[in-house]
Design a protein around this ligand. Sequence first.
Ligand code: 5AD
Ligand code: SF4
Length: 441
Amino acid sequence: MADVKKLYIKTYGCQMNVYDSERMAEAMAGAGYVETQDPTEADMILLNTCHIREKAAEKVYSELGRLRGLKVEKPDLKIGVAGCVAQAEGEEIMRRQPLVDLVVGPQSYHRLPEMEARLREGGKAIDTDFPTEDKFDTLRHRPKSARGPTAFLTVQEGCDKFCAFCVVPYTRGAEVSRPPERVLEEARDLVERGVREITLLGQNVNAYHGAGLGEDWSLARLIWALNDIEGLARIRFTTSHPKDMSDDLIAAHGECPKLMPYLHLPVQSGSNRILKRMNRGHTAEDYLRLIERIRAARPDILLSGDFIVGFPEETEADFQDTLDLIATVGYGTAYSFKYSTRPGTPAAERIQIPEEVKSERLLRLQALISNQQRAAQEAMVGRKVSVLFEKPGRLSGQIVGKSDYLHAVHVTSPTLKPGDLAQVEVLSSGANSLSGRIFAA
Ligand code: 5AD
Ligand code: SF4
């Protein structure tokens, strides 16, 4: 038997990176690597990096600096940088940090085994192309290992929207959708391996338009096809753009039994002036009208969003518009960020808002959001929700899962196990989770 080598992957950033790290591990399994959670025993370390927010590249360089000790102890250790920082920095990484052996962009993971072979011959390897072959297709022959109850499945990558603050169109490239047959095949495989909830991923997932059987499939059509898979209980998708929220997708939220009542729909700002400067392609009113239509289809849907505060030229009045929009919508949860410059994006060249102003606005926005979040959570008390259990809780006898609305819910039960779906009556709302009791299994 060939030597088993160990691979340690450190994942930064979004769910797509989590998914990509799994795919990298599978690709490297073909080259004789098993995953380890301990970097000190690894033969190869891959940093799967994220470039979406502040000082991403600098953080990667300092992490690489910290790995120097391991490499001194174990000269054969191979160190690689993957993900969006790899794409953005390219060869510069090896110039600045010579201990790096491998640089691989997000579109080239299927080529990792060949790249590793090059390292074994004593070379270095770099691949940040946008190849024409489907990287997921080449990764199809994967081991049939058992899986937990929830999984991510990438259906779409890249973005053509070019929001003025965002690096994604540059690091992940143009928008590409996977063919529906491939997605359905992967979903069936996941379900056979124990998965009961699938979250479809894409930077612009609702712009999905897969070419299948000579036809153009929308995301809604794909969701309806997934709905027919026996054994699959829940479908989610993220992240969506307001402009791509099509009628059939809105209708699916009201009609498709397995599509969960949760929608992450970032708006970024409530000021039309700023939205325009962000190149978002919609106004605050467009967004609010859209929310009304979605709620008409599914009144109990839980909404989540992303907000950027302190975008160049944002005045106090613009910021107030954002607070007003949040107050009008009522979010179940939301993510908020101080604007940070990304080199190469249009907004990076503009006059920046002072750091103290950004910090102060962020605090105010987060206070509003956390009030809404708490209210949404408390409104669940007394209600019955379905919960998909995922793992043991912190206390003995406890088990934790997610409600349809994506709230963490824990119950005490000696019989329930991960993968079980049960009706739970919510009894109380804590800081970050709900607690309840089994109502019916
Ligand atoms: N600065 C701050 N936040 C950003 N995001 C994307 N780019 C930037 C940036 N330059 C946020 C957006 C996006 C989320 C994934 O990250 O809100 O929706
Ligand atoms: Fe970035 Fe999303 Fe805008 Fe695309 S739509 S450029 S991924 S923020």
